[in-house]
Design a protein around this ligand. Structure first.
Ligand code: F6P
Length: 545
């Protein structure tokens, strides 16, 4: 049995197959099969995936699925769902899927069914959310809470802020919800400057409750509150915590009765459907949050049970492997055509890049193949007027996911033209068509363009895209969409034989920053023992601050 990925039969077959496919045109694939667009699609959990505009044949797809099988994707998936300790470097199970199991389900961790505990926390969150939303959770002076400020970073921020924005249509609009993440004091100052402390509730969200940025922001928020309310007892009415670290929460001064817990088997970037989503629940209510979880669960079930040929996360993951490992595509763009999804790509950056940005295999061997891609994007149509030029005519291959909805949440007619939503969706369809089929020199010349200018107007096409369509952006669909990408990342990590659930790569910078902080203290300024660049930069900062 070969030990490395690149020695597997499916990998070798794909390498040979790529030689045949690398110059194959999407235009020809469509010309040869008039039903290609009707055939190459799949559906699950309310999401429709058209993957026909990819540089693949039926044989490519078979080989990619062979690779998934040979790398044990199904076995690894089942091990994750069963609660095995697949996060080997931290000796933890990986069970974010347990967070969205319905009441009554069973998921065993170390001989204990964790689902009742999950629902116990959800119920407490629900009671708390109802009290705040209904105005019965009063602040220290008796005023009802009108402002929620979530303090957290990374997985304790990106998921909540993304989902809050995505579900704003369903939000209780008289609650102001804000997110403070950056240790840059500007973030806290700007997000609180127009808020009345007596009406403001802070949620300190941190799995570890030790993260420098979050602890600094939480302390400064507490000082901001106490400067106005002038009584330490106010903290209990204005601060709640979401964490796995009860001791640290208590030490900070938050009553553990106002703490919502989760577990070490929930990774930070997979935690937005745990109590980390409290800000989202406060905004959309317990029922809306329940719908979100139901959407996650529906996609979990699809991923767990659908045959690989029609399995959305598997298909998207393996298409990504095809471009990443055989076409050397360095990045992947995610382009949601919905303003509410403005933070979706930013959220996916952490989900994907922190999970699969790894250089060694599960057993610590250096990889000899590419792993995680650079994930980026922003909502259409704005991106079209910024970076699409490079996707269409640049020299890099950038596979893209387009995400659109058949119904808008804000139907808006234009006074003398088509409605906004038709204008928006026409762009989704037009972009993927243009990227796939381009525009030939002959077509440009036939338009009477001056031959010297014609090359500038040629589009080579053959740029691959996926299109995801859903009927409407609802909490349920959002849950399914997030779970789709979670599992896509899982499948790619399984193929590349990585631990997708640790993040040692963020540690070194944290440690070095911890060493530099005292060196910046005014009045102390100890001798510096870094490299000459770092020393010079620190000295310049000290001199000029
Ligand atoms: O960036 C590293 C990281 O550990 C992320 O994985 C995590 O989401 C983030 O920091 C925040 O961690 P915590 O929730 O413990 O404050």
């Amino acid at each position: 049995m070969p030990t490395t990925l690149t020695e597997l039969p499916a990998w070798t077959a794909l390498t040979d197959h790529h030689r045949m496919m690398k110059d194959t045109l999407l235009a020809d694939l469509f010309a040869d099969d008039s039903r290609r667009g009707e055939r190459l699609n799949a559906e699950g959990a309310g999401l429709y995936l058209d993957y026909s505009k990819n540089r693949v044949t039926d044989e490519t797809l078979e080989l990619l699925l062979d690779l998934a099988r040979e790398t044990g994707v199904e076995k690894k998936r089942d091990a994750m769902f069963a609660g095995e300790r697949i996060n080997v470097t931290e000796n933890r199970a990986v069970l974010h899927t347990a967070l969205r199991q319905p009441r009554g389900a069973t998921v065993m961790v170390d001989g204990e069914n964790v689902v009742p505990a999950v629902h116990e926390v959800l119920d407490r969150m629900g009671t708390f959310a109802d009290a705040v939303r209904g105005g019965t959770w009063a602040g220290f002076t008796g005023k009802p809470i009108k402002n929620i400020v979530n303090i957290g970073i990374g997985g304790s921020d990106l998921g909540p802020v993304m989902a809050y924005e995505a579900l704003k249509h369903y939000a209780q609009r008289d609650l102001t919800v804000r997110f403070v993440s950056n240790v840059d004091g500007t973030d806290l100052v700007e997000k609180t400057r127009d808020l009345d402390p007596a009406e403001t509730l802070f949620i300190v969200s941190s799995k570890t409750f030790t993260t420098q940025e979050t602890m600094a922001n939480a302390s400064s928020a507490r000082a901001w509150l106490l400067a106005a309310l002038k009584n330490d007892a106010a903290v209990a009415r204005h601060f709640v915590a979401v964490s796995t670290n009860a001791d640290a929460v208590q030490k900070f001064g938050i009553d553990t009765a106002n703490m919502f817990g989760f577990w070490d088997w929930v990774g930070g970037r997979y935690s937005m459907d745990s109590a980390i989503g409290l800000s989202v629940m406060l905004s959309v209510g317990p029922d809306g949050f329940g719908e979100l979880l139901a959407g996650f669960h529906e996609m979990d079930e699809h991923f767990r049970t659908a045959p690989l040929e029609g399995n959305l996360p598997v298909l998207m993951a393996m298409l990504g492997v095809w471009y990443n490992n055989f076409f050397d595509a360095q990045s992947h763009a995610v382009l949601p055509y919905d303003q509410y999804l403005q933070y979706f790509s930013a959220y996916l950056q952490q989900l994907d890049m922190e999970s699969n940005g790894k250089h060694v295999t599960l057993d610590g061997q250096a990889v000899d193949y590419q792993t995680g891609q650079v994930i980026w994007g922003q909502p259409g149509t704005n991106g079209q007027h910024a970076f699409y030029q490079l996707i269409h005519q640049g020299t890099k291959l950038i596979p893209c996911d387009f995400i659109g909805f058949c119904q808008t949440l804000n139907p808006l007619p234009t006074p003398d033209g088509p409605p906004h939503h038709d204008l928006l969706m026409a762009n989704v369809f037009a972009q993927t068509e243009a990227l796939a089929f381009g525009k030939s020199l002959d077509a440009v010349l036939a338009e009477g363009v001056d031959p010297s200018l014609a090359p500038h107007r040629v589009f080579d096409g053959n740029r691959p895209t996926n299109t995801l369509l859903a009927d409407k952006l609802t909490p349920r669909i959002l849950g399914a969409l997030i779970a789709l990408y979670e599992h896509k990342v899982f499948v790619q990590g399984a193929v590349w034989n990585l631990n997708s659930f640790d993040q040692w790569g963020v540690e070194l910078g944290k440690v070095l920053a911890g060493k530099i902080v005292p060196e910046l203290k005014v009045g102390e300024e100890p001798a510096l023992e870094h490299d000459s660049s770092t020393n010079t930069l620190i000295k310049r900062y000290r001199d000029r601050r």
